[in-house]
Design a protein around this ligand. Structure first.
Ligand code: 6PG
Length: 461
């Protein structure tokens, strides 16, 4: 009998199966696409078993069965559950490792519960390479069921610098997929911040691709030690196969998306979370398609300050912190709204290795939320407050120059505006309230006494 089963053997499912096998557990694989099973069968050995029917697959697994569904999110997951249900026994454990919408996972968790089946919605990050060598995993659902699969998940997960596996139980219902959605929103935010810094480097500082590649590689050793710094450096120096140029100069500048970052924004709007950086990052992808491209190329002819590169590094470091801060702010508001008990240090820790947004800063975030500290905002933590105070002047200078040069900086500017707002005791929303009350008698609260007020703003004539 096999200890673990995987449905869906495209590259993610296949690599996760190999990872399970390489970690010492036996695994069965099944796909409705026979070609995928045939390709999987090439790896067959005493711990890895290809199966060719639903029955053969389910019957090959020891009980309680532990089955990871690693297929395209959406209807295919419901279809798979429908096929599996009659073949399963009470107490079996299903894991959905796709990028499923947390609303679907909430629904499936309760549907499966009615049948006595444990359902774990699990965010998986790290792409193909991570799946094979150690992904970051974000499982949510039933904690008792999680304990049954924990030895396997801990064995296959990436390990952080302390050797701790990047997986821990997230919380109930669809909270695992929620955390993955927030991971992806942060991913969109930080990627857009990088691209704005790249734009300033090439158009204001006049740096070549190879020079920029070096700069990002340096930051990866210092100010911004992050997987995204590493790959940005690699992307910038890559030669093209089709021309003598760098490939970056021939990649069409229209950003695609599968939408998980958009989902974070949707739920952020629903909950009223000020995730401005994530919103700007999502909208920047829309803008990359919508722009008419009729304008002139920007070429900065003014002075290039000597400290520009240093300031850009600091601006990027601080903006990266803002993207994380907004993500954790949304997690906190979601936990309150959905009645989930989320463990923020464990979430930070599970992002420390294996995933796309991994960076050295996550250790500091883990510390900021340690010992059950409930921060409304990550910048209330002394380490991040200090980082903000140290790097704000650099971010301001960078934005001043970008504004003069005419370079759009939606996420970097949103970072500055966020930081200028979060501790501000006198944001001008009193005027909004006055206007609302004026045109619609919407009433307002006062800052000097309790109760709800309305002013008779004008005399009827
Ligand atoms: C990961 C990624 C991954 C995501 C891609 C593409 O954590 O491994 O988040 O799950 O699908 O990054 O996302 P977009 O197509 O929406 O950019």
């Amino acid at each position: 009998m096999q200890q673990f089963g995987i449905i869906g053997l495209s590259v993610m499912g296949k690599n996760l199966a190999l990872n399970v096998r390489n970690s010492g557990f036996s695994v069965s694989g099944f796909s409705i696409d026979k070609k995928e099973v045939d390709a999987f069968a090439e790896y067959q050995d005493d711990k890895l078993k290809p199966t060719y029917s639903w029955e053969e697959f389910v019957n090959s697994l020891e009980k309680p069965r532990k089955i990871l569904i690693q297929i395209m999110a959406g209807n295919p997951v419901d279809e798979t559950l429908h096929k599996l249900l009659p073949l399963l026994d009470k107490g079996d454990i299903l894991l959905d490792g796709g990028n499923s919408n947390f609303h679907d996972t909430n629904r499936r968790f309760h549907e499966m519960e009615e049948h006595g089946i444990h359902f774990i919605g699990m965010g998986v990050s790290g792409g193909e390479e991570g799946a094979l060598n150690g992904p970051a995993l974000m499982p949510g659902g039933d904690e008792e069921a999680y304990k049954e699969v924990a030895p396997i998940l801990e064995a296959i997960a990436a390990k952080n610098d302390d050797g701790h596996p990047c997986v821990s139980f997230i919380g109930p219902e669809g909270s695992g997929h929620y955390v993955k959605m927030v991971h992806n929103g942060i991913e969109y935010g930080i990627m857009q911040e990088f691209s704005e810094v790249y734009d300033i480097l090439r158009k204001v500082a006049g740096k070549t691709n190879d020079e920029m590649s070096e700069i990002f590689a340096d930051w990866n050793q210092g100010l911004v030690q992050a997987y995204l710094s590493e790959i940005t450096s690699e992307v910038l120096k890559q030669e093209d196969d089709l021309t003598p140029d760098h490939v970056i100069d021939h990649i069409l500048n229209v950003a695609s998306y599968k939408g998980t970052g958009n989902w974070m924004l949707e739920d952020g709007v629903h909950l009223g979370v000020p995730i401005s950086v994530i919103a700007e990052a999502v909208i920047s992808r829309f803008m990359s398609k919508a722009t008419t491209r009729e304008g002139k190329e920007i070429k900065w002819e003014g002075e290039v300050p000597e400290d520009l590169i240093d300031n850009l590094g600091k601006a990027l470091q601080l903006s990266q912190a803002v993207a994380y801060a907004q993500g954790f702010q949304q997690l906190k508001m979601a936990a309150d709204a959905y009645n989930w008990e989320l463990r923020y240090p464990a979430i930070a820790q599970s992002w420390e290795a294996g995933c796309i947004i991994r960076s050295s800063m996550l250790k500091d975030i883990e510390k900021a939320f340690a010992e059950g500290r409930q921060l409304d905002n990550m910048f209330q933590d002394p380490y991040f407050k200090d980082l903000m105070e140290k790097n704000l002047p650099a971010l301001r200078k960078v934005l001043e120059l970008a504004t003069k040069a005419g370079i759009p900086t939606p996420t970097l500017s949103a970072s500055l505006n966020y930081l200028e707002s979060i501790f501000n005791p006198s944001l001008p929303a009193n005027l909004i309230q006055g206007q609302r009350d004026y045109f619609g008698a919407h009433t307002y609260f006062r800052n000097d006494r309790d109760g709800v007020y309305h002013t008779e703003w004008y005399e009827e004539k």
